[in-house]
Design a protein around this ligand. Sequence first.
Ligand code: FEO
Length: 171
Amino acid sequence: MLSKKMEAALNGQVLMEAQSSQAYLAMASWAEVQAGFDGVTQFFFRHSDEERMHMLKLIHFINERGGKAIIPALAQPEQTFDSIQHAFKELMHHEVAVSESINNLVDIALQEKDYATHNFLQWYVAEQIEEERLARILLDKLEMIADDKGGLYLFDRDILQVGAVDKNSPA
Ligand code: FEO
């Protein structure tokens, strides 16, 4: 059974995963109308779907542990970006914030002596290591490429392979 404090904190994470999904959906839609960025577009659409799965996994857990998941209202995410680099910088900042939020949940689970939730959260801890690593690699590559068109062409082609990193689908 979840404590009220744990339940509220997990519902906060439902909101954060939903916001992530929405933010990456806006990035995908923005990328889709930029000429020649099919790979980046697919990457963001797929990433948005992954965040939705992260959210669903939390919703099921809260409900199955005697709590009540709250389906949140969402603010409109940023719609336009100055460049591909700008979008990936936002992705990176977002993932760092998600990691901090997951760490905070782990702290609360320990305070509450809720070892089932602590165990459940380990999947997210591992996932965030991978997501931050991926965001950092992609951003480093983009900073190296800067405005080089050939480099951006290869980045867009190669990201379809890198983006297939989420092996632990929670569905
Ligand atoms: Fe579900 Fe990218 O954090």
